[in-house]
Design a protein around this ligand. Structure first.
Ligand code: FPP
Ligand code: MG
Length: 322
């Protein structure tokens, strides 16, 4: 299922306005536009859409109140991907060449910094206030801590606990913050704010687990990035953690994933070992459990159309192929 197909008409209209605003936000400088436009084009817009859906979930929220922050969320996300691709020395993202591959790491660092600064400029110019700024700063800090945690333990098999801490910092806190910000901008009550935050958190954990599965088993022409990238860069994720506990070939798999010069044939061998276990089903079952918890947390006070859209996004997160 396509993510956009999950949206109701009002949300789809918001998405069109958002696309214009994102384009505008990178148009001030010709080089930044040239470097960022292809990258920005291929995103799913999950983060700004979650924010917009939550902000409009009880009553329509004026676009002046929502669009700058929605744009800022996508810019922060894109900035983090530009930096992530430098760290991972990735060549392809969202179906196009990464900034580091095209311009080198020096320029790519600055492109990421620019997008990041532009996001905070939008927030400051539109007077969102300290509560919003605090949530944004904390989510970026958590992204960095998650990434540092990951990079300090490359080629090391994490405990289940460490894996969850990492995906929470890297992804779940971002998605839950998008939902929380939507609820705050819409001036919902504390209970609704907390429930939408919990919805985003469940969604985020499921999203990252599926992302980690797609890294092994996704179709490169659909995901927009080559498969096996995590193993190559030494990031050990749930499919491997599970296979290591149940596979007859666990010793061989461990040797592959902890060696810091993984070849294409190593990746194929690892995939074969993982496939022979219940790891794929196990990851899906876990992701579905987080999605169930996300759904349960949806406040009963939302418009039916909003509940439906948020439920469909939950379905999209587990059924997605990119
Ligand atoms: C992609 O996930 C990367 C992230 C979720 C976070 C990366 C964060 C940073 C580099 C630090 C924050 C920096 C700024 C400027 C805000 P992934 O690596 O699991 O997935 P992938 O396969 O798409 O790379
Ligand atoms: Mg990465």
């Amino acid at each position: 299922m396509n993510f956009v197909a999950a949206l109701n008409e009002a949300a789809a209209k918001n998405l069109r306005v958002l696309e214009d605003q994102i384009r505008q936000s990178i148009s001030e400088d010709p080089f930044i536009f040239e470097a960022c436009a292809p990258l920005i084009r291929g995103g799913k817009r999950l983060r700004p859409m979650l924010f917009l859906l939550c902000a409009n979930a009880k009553a329509d929220c004026p676009p002046e109140k929502t669009m700058p922050l929605a744009t800022a969320l996508e810019l922060i996300h894109t900035a983090s991907l530009v930096h992530d691709d430098i760290i991972d020395t990735s060549k392809k993202r969202r179906g196009v060449e990464t900034a580091n591959s095209k311009y080198g790491a020096q320029i790519a660092v600055l492109v990421g910094d620019y997008l990041f600064a532009k996001a905070f400029q939008l927030v400051a110019e539109n007077n969102y206030g300290s509560q919003v700024q605090l949530i944004l700063s904390k989510l970026v800090k958590n992204l960095c801590v998650g990434e540092i945690m990951q990079d300090r333990s490359l080629f090391v098999v994490p405990t289940m606990n460490d894996y969850y801490t990492r995906i929470n910092l890297k992804t779940a806190i971002f998605l839950s913050s998008c939902c929380r910000l939507g609820a705050i901008v819409a001036e919902m009550n504390d209970r609704e704010i907390d429930n939408l935050t919990a919805y985003g958190s469940g969604l985020g954990l499921a999203f990252q687990i599926i992302d980690d599965l797609l890294d092994f088993f996704g179709d490169e022409t659909v995901t927009g990035k080559p498969h096996g990238g995590d193993l190559k860069s030494g990031v050990i994720t749930l499919p491997v953690i599970r296979a290591l506990t149940v596979s007859d070939n666990a010793a061989q798999l461990e040797k592959i994933v902890t060696r810091d010069n993984v070849t294409t044939s190593d990746i194929d061998a690892a995939i074969k070992i993982i496939r022979a276990t219940d790891a794929v089903d196990y990851c899906r079952t876990r992701a579905e459990a987080h999605i169930d918890s996300a759904r349960i947390n949806l406040p009963l006070t939302l418009k039916t159309s909003a509940t439906l859209a948020l439920e469909q996004i939950a379905d999209f997160v587990v059924d997605r192929t990119r």
